[in-house]
Design a protein around this ligand. Structure first.
Ligand code: ZN
Length: 136
């Protein structure tokens, strides 16, 4: 059975991120000049405009910054998952990343809830970073 939702379309900036995801590593960028950690990937640092960038691996932990519960599918392939949670997760390293909260009922999700990354392997090439509540 093939994956029916839209697939990521990596570009030159995000290719290293998707390669990391395939190995279940959440890679984010860190400016080699000023040290600012950023997401999404970009060619220049928004802080100091340097193009000198390192990729670091996030610890994959953070907290729910904000979220919304989807009760309507805007693409037919998402219908069977309704209701599902789309959230902005604030990583411990600082950046905000858009993802889903999984592994718990949708009404369990709260702002500030501690979460950690979990991986959904959708094809041979792509794994998606999702977030679940940190147990205990
Ligand atoms: Zn910088």
């Amino acid at each position: 059975m093939s994956y029916k939702k839209p697939l990521p379309v990596p570009d030159a900036d995000s290719q290293p991120f998707w390669e990391g995801c395939r190995k279940h590593r959440l890679r984010i960028q860190k400016c080699a000049e000023c040290g600012q950690v950023r997401w999404p990937p970009s060619i220049v640092c928004p802080e100091c405009l340097s193009q000198n960038t390192d990729w670091i691996v996030s610890g994959g932990r953070g907290k729910v910054y904000t979220y919304v519960v989807y009760h309507q599918a805007f693409h037919p392939a998402f219908e069977e998952e309704l209701p599902y949670v789309v959230a902005v997760v604030e990583l411990e390293e600082g950046p905000l990343i858009l993802s889903n909260i999984v592994g718990c009922p949708h009404d369990f999700v709260k702002c500030e809830m501690p979460v950690e990354v979990t991986w959904e392997d959708i094809t041979e090439e792509f794994s998606l970073p999702k977030f679940q509540p940190i147990q205990g």
